[in-house]
Design a protein around this ligand. Structure first.
Ligand SMILES: [Zn+2]
Length: 331
């Protein structure tokens, strides 16, 4: 049992980063000012950021690392607004608090599912070079930072090494193992855990959606408020995830030969489309793993490992068909 626990722990350590919160608790103090965070949950992470902000212990670069769709980028946005809030508490009234991201000139966001290229980092540097308004701070948020390619990561690294006084970076990732160690060693790492099912349910109950939708969303995303939010507002997306959930069931019940036939079909898709399917399966599998009985855990962890390996191979541009064949033989 200890070994099983350990192998599960090692897997998550590799993919999401260490599970424990990286900052010693003695460093975290409750500030007297009430910050009106919009993001639900993640109390320890908020407390740490408040402590750094009010205690003048800010560093220039942060890495929010943890499972996908739990609110890392949303908290990064909240934090960027807090850094610039006129009342210093996310008042919800000043321009920094209410300006949409698109017209908030002190905030630059790169948030995409595909490769982040060097031109985008160059453009980010140009934007950061413009002086912020008096008393304001420029904040660059790079979500899904694992999508930086080698060139763009190197270009960003030079910037992280010599940040300007008023510049702050917040990188977020669900796959810290895909980030170059040179970047990880330059940033203050803050680890995130999945949301609790109660938090997700409470959030869904606060939305104007039917009980049937709430139930479906909660089944697919019990521990991911970010995903629950997307699915509750987009019926087509909800249907796509339900479909993928059913395909996952099929895949588990199929023989290797049937799986081969299935992957032969999906091999006709573009690599990026296959990567998106695998990422969806990874998220669904993680939710399943949390509800899996001990005796079925090995099958789930083997499947998750197989997905991770395939994603790594896709990122290395290995032959698509070869990656898929290896994948079906690995679980
Ligand atoms: Zn404000």
């Amino acid at each position: 049992m200890i070994r099983r626990f350990f192998s599960k722990f090692l897997y998550f350590s590799c993919y999401y980063g260490m599970i424990s919160f990286s900052q010693p608790k003695s460093m975290i103090e409750k500030s007297k000012i009430n910050v009106n965070w919009k993001v639900i949950g993640h109390a320890q992470q908020k407390l740490y950021l408040e402590s750094a902000f009010f205690g003048n212990r800010l560093t220039h670069s942060y890495l929010f690392s943890g499972p996908p769709h739990v609110g890392k980028t949303a908290l990064a946005l909240d934090f960027a607004r807090l850094l610039n809030c006129e009342n210093g508490n996310l008042c919800g009234k000043c321009l920094a608090c209410v300006n949409p991201v698109e017209i908030f000139s002190e905030l630059i966001v790169i948030d995409k599912d595909t490769e982040i290229k060097i031109d985008e980092i160059r453009s980010l540097k140009r934007d950061l070079a413009l002086k912020p308004l008096s008393g304001q701070k420029k904040v660059a948020i790079i979500a899904n930072a694992e999508n930086l390619n080698r060139e763009s990561a190197n270009s960003l690294l030079k910037f992280l090494e010599e940040p300007q006084k008023d510049n702050f970076f917040i990188l977020t990732t669900a796959a810290v193992g895909f980030l170059p160690q040179t970047i990880v060693s330059r940033v203050q790492k803050i680890n995130f855990s999945p949301n609790s099912k109660q938090e997700t349910e409470k959030h869904l109950n606060s939305l104007d959606i039917s009980k049937a939708i709430t139930k479906q969303v909660l089944e697919l995303a019990p521990n991911k408020i970010g995903l629950a939010n997307i699915l509750s507002k987009n019926i087509e997306e909800l249907e796509r995830w339900r479909q993928q959930d059913m395909e996952l069931d099929d895949l588990f019940s199929q023989s290797v030969f049937e799986r081969m036939q299935y992957t032969s079909q999906i091999s006709k898709l573009e690599t990026q489309q296959i990567v998106n399917i695998f990422k969806t399966w990874l998220i669904l599998s993680e939710s399943r793993l949390r509800q899996t009985k001990q005796k079925d855990m090995k099958a789930q962890t083997d499947f998750i490992k197989a997905l991770n390996t395939a994603l790594m191979h896709f990122k290395s541009n290995l032959n698509k068909r070869l990656v898929l064949d290896n994948f079906v033989l690995s679980f």
